[in-house]
Unconditional design. Sequence first.
Length: 284
Amino acid sequence: MKQITVVSGKGGTGKTSILASLAAISRGRAVIADCDVDAPDLHLILKPQVREKREFSGMKMAVIDPSRCNSCGSCEEHCRFGAAMSQKIDPLLCEGCGVCSLVCPADAVSMEERLSGYAFISDTRFGPLVHAQLFPGEEASGKLVTMVREISREVADYHDLELILIDGSPGIGCPVIASLTGSDLALVVTEPTISGAHDLDRILGLVSHFGIEPLVCINKFDLNPELALSIEERSMDWGAKIVGRIPFDPLVVEAMVAGMAVVEMEGQVADAIVDMAEMISSQL
């Protein structure tokens, strides 16, 4: 089973649009995993029909047993987040650190699991999709990403599919690390801007750290050809192969508005993505 993770050092580079097109090209031969659980939007294009929902428990929350609490105030004194009050815990402020349970002399505080979101298994016109919803303000999105990836492997085994396409989070944080680890290829999507070039170095450094083969796609490369050439040189310094040079085209916006993958509409961008998909396939 092969796993390709599409990532970007910054948001807004076109990562999800490209992943949706790769899913369309796969024609149902891959499991699609949306691991951008903090701000998922792949469903806007794939229009999934949910057929299974699983609960996700992230950080634990402190709960006070009023029958055992003697109102000594120790928990309130030591809570750095202001969550502990007289015989109760504010669930919106509790960070699940557990210090209140450690300092309570009456052993009245326990750490309990709380529902933090859901993971879904859905059907789409491009094949099975595993995606998730993290409740606002909840933590441990990296754990939810891991859950999505584990379910994706289950779905791939069940349907006898040999490829998983993963839409990772932007940046280099915990959710991105959880999206990348164990992948066979990392497709890094960047753009010819100063911030794009800067964040490309950060994400290629992360990919290199985990020993994953990096591939680079420069989206809207023709908006700044000089900087795009510099990005190609930076990528080669990291040992990354340029597999895609996607031109700027208003067709991309039209596809987004229509809720379609770019390759479902004819144009130079669609042709460039198809060519890129062939190069990625040859790397596998």
